[in-house]
Design a protein around this ligand. Structure first.
Ligand code: ADP
Length: 264
């Protein structure tokens, strides 16, 4: 039985197809665009081609993410919090806390050993502490996100970025560049700033981060942020091979469960 999960995020849309043994048959991802429905269809079709399947070979489809209500072909939808919990539990059964940093928000989610959500906290509607913060700074500094890990590793110091607001932090970064602060030190400071913003959000809301901890969402592909998060939470921090696909993976696993319950 083949199923699909689709995560329509604020920054990227992701599709995961799962096969009989819950193995990933294909994974497709693309940046969000205004014609979200067309994008969803095109990513689904691309995933089907990669998996050598046809639309009728899919028994069930679950949509998640910010735009889950507009997935034209989903049988059902579920919140991204639930889907991340299910996806992480599938990949790392020992995980009890998820730190999910996406394009538009960040969340800390506590889960049971069965992958059920115990409680969660979420960032306010603000770009700080999200992928958007990194995207803005990557553009200002002209350093692609893929290079942030390397930049952090070669920085002898970490610049102090004191503004938590993305707009003010951008001004701070521009003035640091003007003062000839090396770019790798600024990137290192930005990694510190984003990480502490997310951890402070959890602390402020009295959220207890319980091990094992798993880092998901597109920002978990940023090696600089992963490194600073490890310095704060321990080297044993779990990071999926494709962290950005975790929500779509969880949606696909739920699709399999629903199909097996005879909903398909
Ligand atoms: P959403 O679900 O809200 O669309 P994602 O979980 O897809 O968000 O994460 C999007 C964020 O992931 C982007 O804002 C960007 O900062 C980060 N990102 C995307 N690709 C990469 C990459 N190759 N390396 C580092 N970070 C990345």
């Amino acid at each position: 039985m083949n199923v699909a999960g689709i995560d329509m995020g604020s920054v990227a849309t992701k599709v995961v197809l799962l096969g009989d043994a819950d193995e990933v048959l294909s994974y497709t991802v693309a940046s969000a665009r205004p014609d979200a429905e067309a994008l969803a269809w095109s990513l689904l079709n691309q995933a089907l081609v990669e998996a050598r399947l046809k639309r009728e070979d899919l028994s069930y489809i679950v949509g998640t993410g910010y735009g889950r209500y507009i997935v034209p072909f989903a049988n059902e939808n579920r919140t991204e919090i639930m889907c991340h919990a299910v996806g992480v539990n599938h990949l790392f059964p020992t995980a009890r806390t998820i730190i999910d940093i996406g394009g538009q928000d960040s969340k800390a989610i506590r889960i049971t050993k069965d992958g059920r959500v115990r409680d969660f906290v979420m960032s306010d509607r603000c770009a700080a502490g999200t992928g958007r913060f990194c995207d803005v700074m990557a553009k200002v500094l002209r350093v692609p996100l893929e290079k942030w890990g390397e930049m952090l590793a070669t920085a002898s110091k970490r610049a102090k970025i004191s503004s938590t607001c993305t707009v003010f932090a951008e001004t701070e970064v521009i003035s640091q560049v003007a003062q000839k602060t090396p770019v790798n030190e600024i990137i290192a400071g930005l990694c510190e700033s984003l990480t502490s913003r997310v951890l402070q959000m959890a602390q402020r809301l009295g959220f207890e981060i319980e091990p094992d901890i798993c880092f998901t969402g597109g920002v978990a592909m940023n090696a600089g942020i992963v490194q600073v998060l490890k310095e704060n939470l321990g080297e044993s921090l779990l990071v999926p091979e494709q962290p950005q696909s975790t929500g779509a993976l969880g949606a696909a696993i739920l699709a399999k469960r629903f199909a097996m319950q005879g909903k398909g």
